[in-house]
Design a protein around this ligand. Structure first.
Ligand code: KIV
Length: 274
């Protein structure tokens, strides 16, 4: 939101109340976080999608808490305005709420980030409550939760039947009741996302949930067209960085081979030049 010096969980709530859509993107490193922050992004998610787009794993499951902490530290150094939220990785909060709190405390103490995100509804409620009791803001994530991909067995749209959509409605209300500050809704039918968003005072952030949510999030590599083999309908490419980067690298290889790079002007000739 323009004019806001530092975006907080309260700012996001006010944006929902004012009907101002919240813009969130993922980032995993200092340079990208700095660009996003200066361009006016409201919130940055240090997503466990780093497991896919940074580490090259097929799923988000392998990334560790140490690795997420490292990414979050890099991002936080690049940000002066946006709210920084960090995903708790698979296996660091599902076991019990004490472990969930310990993981969250590590993230908050070691990174300087502002909030954590958990995947799941009722199942993670005790963990969310315990983390919130310690004063740590919690964002939750419902619908197609990538850490449960082996349980789902498919990347198809979630909550299409009555049982799953009723559960998602209940989960969202419970998460709001215990004090979560926002909920990511991933790959669910737009009418359900509209209903859930209208039933809550906390913001929903959609990804593949239509423009009815209170905000939107995309993985930065998808938004910038760095990923070229991932084409779900909810991704819009705002740039073609894969093509641009490939062309730049080809030009560089050509210039090195032909000794066109570096030129005399790009070289040092006397002592003391900088
Ligand atoms: O890890 C991630 O990038 C996410 C977003 C897709 C919401 O959870």
């Amino acid at each position: 939101m323009e004019g806001v010096r530092r975006v907080t969980t309260q700012t996001l709530r006010q944006m929902k109340a004012a009907g101002t859509p919240i813009a969130m993107l993922t980032a995993y490193d200092y340079t990208m976080a700095r660009i996003l922050d200066r361009a006016g992004i409201d919130a940055i998610l240090v997503g466990d999608s780093a497991s896919n787009v940074i580490a090259g794993h097929e799923t988000t499951l392998p990334i560790t808490l140490e690795q997420m902490i490292y990414h979050a530290q890099c991002v936080v150094r690049g940000v002066t305005r946006a709210l920084v939220i960090v995903d708790l990785p698979f296996g660091t909060y599902q076991g019990n709420s004490k472990e969930a709190l310990a993981s969250s405390i590590r993230v908050m103490k070691e990174t300087g980030a502002h909030a954590i995100k958990l995947e799941g509804g009722t199942a993670v409620l005790p963990a969310a409550e315990r983390i919130l009791q310690a004063g740590i803001p919690v964002m939750c994530h419902l619908g197609l939760t990538p850490q449960s991909i082996y349980k789902f067995g498919t990347y198809k749209v979630r909550a299409q039947d009555k049982e799953e959509s009723d559960q998602l409605r209940k989960d969202a209300l419970e998460l709001e009741r215990v004090g979560c500050f926002a909920i990511v809704l991933e790959k669910i039918p737009t009418p359900l996302a509209a209903e859930v968003s209208a039933s809550l005072t906390i913001p929903t952030i959609g990804i593949g949930a239509g423009n009815v949510c209170d905000g939107q999030v995309l993985v930065i590599h998808d938004a910038l067209g760095l990923t070229t083999d991932f084409h779900p309908r909810f991704v819009r490419h705002y740039a073609k960085l894969s093509e641009l980067t490939s062309k730049a690298v080809k030009d560089y290889v050509r210039d090195v081979r032909t000794r066109d790079f570096p030129t005399a002007e790009e070289s040092y000739w006397v002592d003391g030049e900088s």
